[in-house]
Design a protein around this ligand. Structure first.
Ligand code: SF4
Ligand code: SF4
Length: 260
């Protein structure tokens, strides 16, 4: 299964793409643009690339999770700035493998497979690709398997049928599913839901989150799995009732648009 570079979407989450206080699309895009511009004329040698990477790091936004590295060699692969990937990869440099100049070394970059490779089916990956269709939302969704699976299960529950890749051929349903998945990039600024059902611990480590319904004196939501991944607990910065209503509204729209 291919997850990092698919025909219609690309991901750079494990290179630290979202590990910053402001992971919004404009902010992430601006940083990728800055790196790509800075590296485009750098000689394809280890010394020059390493120096350029360190210079980019010194002026980069601070990471939200200090224990998760952010690599300055992730950038745009195309002039239209639609696809992201490693600017040090031999397929991009035209020959030399310069990935040792990043925050890991080339062997780590070459062999790393994130947990989504084990947890996602090819069908689910294709649905994520076709429903999102760009680097920002795709990366958020494909690396949050519980969120994607909870969304697909909720749509299936309402529609009475499993969501399959062929259903994405229906533009109305595809748009409605994208709106539902796009909750991931419309959360409150700094929301922990951007990183799935985890929050940053005091040492920058990842800690599982759960919604403490008793503390806010209400029953468990029927969409708890989606809301937990999206970060709807009081500490996340999102309003639970508002987010639950938004989940319900977008879910109803996806179910109504489900192809017969
Ligand atoms: S987070 Fe996973 S899918 Fe994304 S680039 Fe890394 S290995 Fe690939
Ligand atoms: S060098 Fe490794 S960590 Fe850096 S962008 Fe390339 S693949 Fe990602």
């Amino acid at each position: 299964m291919r997850l990092c570079q698919r025909e219609g979407a690309s991901c750079g989450a494990c290179c630290g793409l979202y590990n910053r206080a402001d992971p919004s699309r404009p902010a992430v895009r601006a940083e990728l643009h800055r790196r790509t511009r800075a590296l485009q004329d750098v000689p394809r040698t280890p010394g020059a690339f390493r120096a350029a990477a360190r210079a980019l790091e010194s002026s980069a936004p601070a990471p939200l999770f200090p224990s998760v590295r952010v690599c300055a060699l992730l950038g745009f692969l195309d002039a239209g700035e639609t696809r992201i990937g490693c600017l040090a990869h031999p397929a991009v440099t035209g020959g030399p493998d310069l990935r040792d100049c990043g925050v890991y070394d080339a062997s780590v970059c070459e062999t790393f497979l994130c947990p989504s490779f084990s947890w996602l089916s090819e069908e689910e990956a294709a649905i994520a690709e076709e429903a999102t269709g760009d680097f920002h939302l795709y990366g958020l969704v494909v690396t949050d398997v519980p969120f994607l699976q909870a969304v697909l299960a909720a749509v299936a529950d309402g529609a009475g049928a499993r969501v399959e890749r062929r259903h994405l051929a229906d533009a109305r349903f595809r748009g409605a599913l994208r709106r539902l998945l796009a909750l991931k990039e419309e959360l409150a600024p700094g929301s922990e839901g951007l990183f799935g059902a985890f929050s940053a611990g005091p040492g920058g480590d990842e800690r599982p989150r759960r919604i403490d319904y008793a503390a806010i004196d209400r029953d468990r939501s029927r969409y708890d799995a989606i809301l937990t991944c999206a970060g709807a607990d009081p500490l996340s910065g999102n309003d639970l009732d508002r987010l639950e209503a938004e989940v319900t509204r977008r879910l109803d729209a996806a179910v109504a648009a489900f192809p017969a």
